[in-house]
Design a protein around this ligand. Structure first.
Ligand code: PA5
Length: 423
């Protein structure tokens, strides 16, 4: 389902170094397994795939059928962990039955103005997602969108059109949902935002949009079983976590997640939040970055090849894309490209990847490649779990709590003071 190729780490990481990393990986594994490491109260994602019941998937599928009858789009309101997994899934898999618009993931007035215009003649179902229920960006976007819907729909209609995904008891969004009688779903207490794509945070809006959530969960369940063993040889997830720490300790401070598939763009954004928020603390942490090739080879390719050698690269490849396009023969061959006539675009794309990984390796950038067999829901669900577990292990190996995000509060405090919020 998912393979990890480390050929281009040779000369950068030795087998001996990997062996020496095992005790710290083992300790991290025990922390997770016994739920007794830092941030243990937020490790509910670990067995989440096997805890999602088939009955819940059925319930969401039935709700989706109902929503798809009376709506022509979904508006998903949320930020960070309450946004990125949803968008990553939709952009990766392609839209389902209903288009999804996003709000509350930034505060641009022009963006919201345009969205309100787009929604004018539409019959949306709005899913507002916030674990804390108090986050400024989605809260004010929801307020505006709700107001605009109130001018078109009765309060009874809105009870069908507004769905809240939030904490069971705490937060303003819970209060709003209960008071207005909106349908609501609960985010488990023990799963933090960036690990929550397989909770109602992701599953509710994705199901409503017509995405194969059963497939996502199936892939994650397989990953949960596959990455349970504490063995660096057999467990690719643990090997990846160990390798990135070894590289970090050798001065490779930046990890670039690079893909030759543009549909990976938002998966990379999700990845950056996952690792950035989990590991970037106490003056430590690999800086997670991303590139989409070959577009970015014509902008960042120079940097990757020759700049400061403080970077390593993780390629995310897809073995079998959904479609291929054959390059035609041209009688005159004025552009000189008949030498690739009859070949598929994917063949050329894969040669570009092979060339890039080899060139970067020779240029001093250690790189590894994660290959997904297919770009479907099952494989994406598997990949989400792979990265989540790798992140939990990697954060503990690094010596931080991978499940808190104290630094995110700093800007909020200053913003609230500037906005005149009474504390
Ligand atoms: O990972 C996290 O915890 C954060 O990125 C949150 O997901 C983000 O701040 C949104 O929080 P909330 O869902 O409480 O609105």
């Amino acid at each position: 389902m998912l393979a990890l190729n480390t050929d281009h780490l040779k000369s950068f990481v030795s087998t001996d170094e990997l062996d020496k990393a095992f005790p710290s990986v083992h300790r991290a594994h025990d922390f997770l397994l016994q739920h007794n490491g830092p941030g243990a109260e937020f490790t509910g994602w670990l067995d989440l795939p096997s805890r999602i019941s088939d009955a819940f998937i059925k319930e969401l599928t039935a709700l989706a059928a109902e929503v798809q009858k009376n709506s022509d789009c979904i508006v998903s309101i949320g930020i960070g962990g309450s946004y990125l997994g949803i968008r990553a899934t939709i952009e990766f898999l392609g839209s389902g039955k209903l288009p999804v618009y996003y709000a509350g993931h930034q505060i641009s007035s022009d963006y919201l103005h345009q969205l309100l215009n787009t929604l004018k003649d539409k019959r949306p179902t709005v899913v507002v997602i916030s674990k804390s229920g108090t986050t400024t960006e989605p809260a004010i976007a929801f307020r505006v969108i709700k107001k605009s819907l109130e001018s078109k729909f009765s309060s009874e209609d809105l009870k069908q059109r507004i769905i809240c995904v939030t904490d069971q008891k705490k937060g303003a969004l819970r209060k709003i949902a209960d008071q207005a009688g909106y349908r609501s779903f609960v985010i488990p207490d023990d799963v933090g935002g960036r690990y929550s794509v397989l909770t109602p945070v992701g599953l509710v809006p994705l199901a409503l949009a017509g995405i194969d959530i059963a497939g996502l969960v199936e892939g994650a369940r397989k990953a949960q079983a596959e990455y349970a063993v504490c063995d660096l040889e057999k467990n690719t997830c643990y090997r990846y976590a160990a390798l990135r720490n070894i590289l970090y300790n050798k001065g490779k401070r930046i990890e670039v997640l690079a893909s030759f598939y543009p549909e990976v763009f938002y998966v990379a954004e999700w990845f950056k939040q996952l690792f950035g928020e989990s590991e970037g603390k106490q003056g430590k942490g690999i800086f997670p970055a991303s590139l989409i090739m070959s577009t970015d080879l014509h902008s960042m390719g120079q940097w990757m090849q020759e700049a400061e050698r403080s970077v390593f690269e993780t390629f995310l490849q897809i073995d079998k894309p959904h479609h291929d396009v054959i390059i035609p023969e041209d009688k005159e061959d004025l552009d000189g490209f008949n030498y690739v006539a009859g070949k598929g675009f994917d063949f050329v794309n894969k040669k570009a990847y092979e060339a890039t990984s080899a060139a970067h390796f020779e240029g001093g950038v250690p790189n590894m490649t994660i290959t997904l067999c297919k770009a479907d829901a099952v494989h994406l669900g598997h990949l989400y779990y792979f990265f989540e577990k790798a992140c939990g292990i990697s954060g503990y190996v690094l010596g931080v709590n991978p499940f808190d995000q104290p630094g995110v509060e700093a800007y909020k405090k200053k913003m609230f003071a500037l906005l005149g919020k009474r504390l």
